[in-house]
Design a protein around this ligand. Structure first.
Ligand SMILES: NC(=O)c1ccc[n+]([C@@H]2O[C@H](COP(=O)([O-])OP(=O)(O)OC[C@H]3O[C@@H](n4cnc5c(N)ncnc54)[C@H](O)[C@@H]3O)[C@@H](O)[C@H]2O)c1
Length: 247
């Protein structure tokens, strides 16, 4: 541990899997106290077994649930210095096949969920010196993709929402978005199983580095944005994507 987050109290949504779980591991290693929020309580408990921290079951798209979850998290940690919004769902339906209910679900979880958690966290973050929000957008917020209309729209929304937050909440609270490229997590595994090496490599070939990110790649970017090393950084969308969105 190098203590880059020593004493910081951080809420993570989507802490039970993938990027949220990797961030929890990195944050714990750097001395943070954690609240691990997820709709999948058992998954969040498994993360807590590795990192410590309080587990709170929540559906981020439900305003009352979010309000209550944030209260429980803050009561347990004695305050809140940071928020990572990692809860999210993938959509890869082609535009013509998207039913309105599917569209609403993707926007509800990815975009409205991020909004609800940020808003519920605001009074607590206002109490903290050097507070920081990191929202996970996507490389798909920066580049269009085939069959990405619902997901990419939700993530572009997260990115611009975060930039607006950065303006409105400065100077007390920093807010940044991170835009991961394809990352080897259960979300990606569900879409293209690891044993389907041909499709995995085809996906990787779209990136300059010809590989997928691992969750720790994204967690390290999040760590930077969450830490005081980024005290002059707010309102950015940081691509951690093996080199795709720059060209
Ligand atoms: N994996 C990738 O390639 C990739 C790329 C770019 C962006 N992202 C984004 O990164 C974030 C994390 O993705 P991941 O790959 O770790 O996915 P993941 O599926 O491994 O983990 C997502 C977590 O969010 C939780 N979650 C989903 N809906 C929820 C809800 N309504 N309320 C509370 N929790 C909920 C799930 O239970 C799960 O634990 C997501 O926002 C995703 O869109 C992922």
């Amino acid at each position: 541990m190098t203590g880059r987050l020593a004493g910081r109290r951080i809420v993570i949504t989507g802490a039970g899997s993938g990027i949220g779980r990797a961030a929890a591991q990195v944050f714990a290693r750097e001395g943070a106290k954690l609240a691990l929020l997820d709709r999948d309580e058992a998954a969040a408990r498994a993360t807590a077994a590795e990192t410590g921290g309080v587990v709170v079951q929540v559906d981020v798209s439900d305003a009352a649930d979010v309000e209550e979850a944030l209260k429980r998290a803050v009561d347990d940690m004695g305050g809140m210095d940071g928020l990572l919004n990692s809860a999210g769902i993938l959509s890869s339906k082609s535009f013509g096949a998207i039913e309105p209910e599917h569209w609403r679900k993707v926007i509800d979880v990815n975009l409205t969920g991020t909004f609800l958690v940020c808003q519920a966290a605001l009074p607590y973050l206002r109490e903290a010196p050097n507070a920081a929000i990191v929202n996970i957008a996507s490389g798909q917020a920066l580049l269009p993709s085939l069959t990405g209309s619902a997901y990419a729209a939700s993530k572009a929304g997260v990115m611009m929402f975060t930039k607006c937050l950065a303006m409105e909440l400065a100077p007390g609270i920093r807010a940044n978005a991170i835009c991961p490229g394809a990352t080897a997590t259960p979300m990606t595994d569900h879409e293209i199983p690891p044993e389907d090496t041909v499709r995995r490599q085809k996906l990787a070939d779209a990136y300059a580095m010809k590989r997928l990110c691992v969750p720790e790649d994204i967690a390290n970017g999040i760590l930077y944005l969450m830490s005081n090393e980024a005290s002059a950084v707010t309102g950015i969308a940081l691509a951690v994507d093996n080199g795709r969105t720059y060209h």
